[in-house]
Design a protein around this ligand. Sequence first.
Ligand code: DX5
Ligand code: ZN
Length: 242
Amino acid sequence: MVRSPPSVIIAPSLLAANFGRIENEARRVSRSGAEWLHLDIMDGHFVPNISFGPGMVKAVRTATDHFLDVHLMCSAPDILLKQFADSGADQLTIHVELNDLVEGLIWKIKSMGIKAGLAINPPTSLSLVRRYLDRIDTLLIMTVNPGFGGQPFIPETLTKIELARQWRGQTSGQRFRIQVDGGITTERAIECALSGADTFVSGTSLFGQHNLKAAVRKMRGSITRALQLSGNPTVDTAAGSV
Ligand code: DX5
Ligand code: ZN
């Protein structure tokens, strides 16, 4: 069976932006050519850090029409889902480490008419996500232990990306995106793309550049070229469907 090829999606993470002028930073992302805008929600419990809440997502929503990809690093996301959806999130991603809560959370997210993502931390076995793959829009494979921007990429996560791609290829009806997050430089993005990732979250590496648009263009161009050179049949260079 031939599947439509996944396009490359670049998602700058606002965690690395200047919080003091977040609306300007959101507009900067809108103009950069990136498809998604990634927002990291940290609750000081699931991860040892606190970032921001629905109010910030709402402020970003007023500044841009971009697809808002909200990553919930929270122990009790249930009490927050509606607020984030009402604030303008287009996708809510929860963590598989929440075990028994996952099924109900995915159902609740989908029932609000938005996309559902499922994230997995580096030490967690990929087998835990398998039963949810026919229900989710995005599988987020963390490439660092979550909690902070600017950490180095963990290369052992590449085997997880490969396995996720294999599973998706073997099962008809599964069309989830494979997203990577943490320590994604252009070089690491290429490695992840060759392993099967199609959606790239990047904070420090993109916002660290004076010219965000040029940084996004460089990351996308490098990924696309590497995939073409590798003869990867799934590459589609058109920025695409979200
Ligand atoms: C890490 C967050 C990431 C973070 C990535 O806990 O989930 O989205 O913003 O930042 P960089 O690209 O700096 O590793
Ligand atoms: Zn994230």
